[in-house]
Design a binder for this molecule. Structure first.
Ligand SMILES: [Zn+2]
Length: 227
């Protein structure tokens, strides 16, 4: 028994759900959940089949990359998961996927503009592209740290994949799905060669305002120590 049993199970359950639904490919992609009240996270191990691992294989690490529990090596992307938690107190779950349609956008390198009300409400004003940097490098960590300060919940990693954030694992999963839907619609619309319509600016700002006020509430609760 360990105090981390339930968070480990949660990380494994969501990782397997993402893999079953085709958002992770092979051993690619990784998932983490913030350990409440500690500067630590529970994260998937590096280079493992997500259907062969046990909850105990989920790694518990501090934000200064010291092992707390777990024998396997953590994901090589642990650095950017930590960077997100450090700059975004509203985020409690990070999902990095290699999902098909968002990955196609990663090759084009175009931000997804505000196409749908629901997209802006949960993902932010646009889905921006984080410039390319090799996996597992400090350069990629710095790029992620810089971009996530815009309070959005979904990003494209240039020539790599996607990054989705959520206040809970449920929200992060929802954001992964919403991103895939927006990416597919955007690709199809681009294929027509026609001009792509965006939602009106006022609607975009109202929808993003709802997301921001939710985030501010969470930040406030955290600073008061009530969650
Ligand atoms: Zn990746």
């Amino acid at each position: 028994m360990s105090e981390f049993d339930s968070i480990r199970q949660q990380v494994l359950d969501y990782t397997q759900q993402l893999a079953r639904e085709g958002f992770l490919k092979g051993t690619g992609g990784n998932v983490s959940v913030r350990v409440a009240g500690q500067n630590a996270l529970a994260i998937t191990p590096s280079n493992q089949d997500y259907f062969s691992i046990h909850p105990n294989d989920i790694c518990i690490y501090s934000f200064d990359k010291q092992k707390i529990e777990g024998d396997l090596k953590p994901s090589i992307e642990m650095g950017f998961h930590i960077a997100v938690y450090q700059v975004r107190p509203d985020v409690n779950c990070v999902m990095h996927t290699h999902q098909d349609f968002a990955s196609a956008i990663a090759l084009i390198g175009k931000s997804i503009p505000a196409l749908f009300d629901e997209q802006v409400r949960f993902l932010g004003r646009s889905v921006d592209v984080i410039p390319y940097a090799p996996s597992g490098t400090g350069l990629l960590v710095n790029q992620v740290r810089k971009l996530v300060k815009n309070h959005h919940n979904a990003y494209i990693l240039k020539n790599h994949g996607a990054l989705c954030l959520g206040s809970t694992p449920e929200r992060a999963l929802h954001n992964v799905m919403l991103l895939e839907k927006a990416a597919l619609s955007y690709i199809l619309a681009l294929c027509t060669g026609e001009k792509i319509g965006k939602i009106p600016l006022i609607v975009r700002e109202l929808a993003f305002g709802k997301l921001r006020s939710e985030q501010k509430k969470l930040e406030q609760q955290l600073s008061q120590g009530s969650v």
